[in-house]
Design a protein around this ligand. Structure first.
Ligand code: ATP
Ligand code: MG
Length: 305
């Protein structure tokens, strides 16, 4: 049990994100390894951000699923990263002690290996869907499903991380705030609520859309909606997500099961888009997945050569 941040020592930096840095840390007494996400905020931080962060902390404490990253504690301290407070101008750090995932994120894996074979993509899809089923049953919409928020451990388990912009459906007024989340993986109804009926959307379907893009990215080896030379800026994304036909991106070489799976995720009308339960019954998840093992994913993520 981690009682305070002083129980931990830094081992190395694992990565940087929008709001902070993730460290590999060791629990001094037990030698257990954890990941520590440090979110910086100064005292000018907008109340919206602080509320968002507080929400993240509350949600994380409730979550207990093998498909979602465990949080072992949340600490509020500027002292840990900066013992003399020298670079702590009255602001603070919010530190999340998380389970350490030695394979890093799917983003890291794709950077190293470029693409995944279909059987392994179907394992990714199955785990993410099980994580989403758990979260959605708790009335939690993740809202930021993307490769860097899907983590892999040494047993070949894949788990959803990062509730930075997730929220409890009930009581969140900013449900349609376009400025939260990652544009690239954002569904049509979040991008353009007027045209795609986003005002009535519950948000769950948006997570399914994002998953569809992630699995397609795993197959084609790059972000699928835009050309290699195109910038993923807001107008470009707006254009392809809201007006383009995602299904034209469908690779010819993909199996019929995979194509049908992507098709059901990237349905533009969120009312017609597949629900998580339907996708868990989909042959791509049921059948294709059986053609591989956790060990194959481990070998793929940690190649010996
Ligand atoms: P965003 O700020 O939009 O979430 P991001 O997901 O890239 O972007 P972080 O969540 O800060 O940023 O994560 C940065 C990187 O740290 C990840 O890509 C991953 O490589 C690594 N990482 C994050 N959490 C863990 C963890 N629990 N175990 C191991 N590595 C992790
Ligand atoms: Mg992240």
């Amino acid at each position: 049990i981690i009682e305070s941040l002083s129980d931990l020592e830094k081992v190395e930096v694992l990565g940087h994100g929008d709001g902070g840095t993730v460290y590999k840390v060791r629990h001094k007494k037990s030698s257990c390894i954890y990941a520590l996400k440090v979110l910086r905020f100064d005292n000018n931080a907008a109340t919206g951000i602080l509320q968002q962060v507080a929400r993240e902390a509350e949600i994380l404490k409730l979550v207990d699923s093998p498909y979602v990253i465990r949080c072992h504690g949340v600490f509020d301290s500027g002292a840990f990263m900066s013992p003399d407070h020298s670079n702590n101008e009255g602001g603070g750090d919010l530190c999340f002690v998380m389970e350490y995932m030695e394979g890093g994120s799917l983003h890291d894996v794709l950077r190293a290996r470029q693409r995944l074979p279909e059987q392994l993509i179907s394992r990714v899809a199955k785990c993410v869907l099980q994580g989403l089923r758990y979260l959605h049953a708790m009335q939690i919409v993740h809202r930021d499903i993307k490769p860097s928020n899907l983590l892999i451990n040494g047993r070949g388990e894949i788990k959803i991380a990062d509730f930075g912009v997730s929220h409890m459906v009930a009581g969140a007024d900013e449900a349609c705030d376009l400025h939260m989340g990652t544009y690239a993986y954002m569904s049509p109804e979040r991008f353009d609520p007027e045209r795609w009926g986003g005002r009535n959307a519950d948000g769950f379907a948006g997570d399914v859309w994002s998953l569809g893009l992630v699995v397609l990215q795993c197959y084609v080896g790059r972000f699928p909606l835009i050309g290699p030379g195109q910038k993923p800026d807001w107008p470009t994304l707006m254009c392809v997500i809201c007006f383009g036909d995602q299904r034209l991106e469908m690779p010819e070489t993909a199996s019929p099961e995979f194509r049908s799976f992507i098709w059901r995720c990237l349905e533009k009308d969120w009312r017609k888009r597949a629900k998580v339960d339907e996708l868990l019954d989909h042959p791509f998840v049921n059948k294709t997945c059986c053609a591989s093992t956790d060990q194959e994913l481990v070998n793929f993520v940690f190649p010996v050569d």
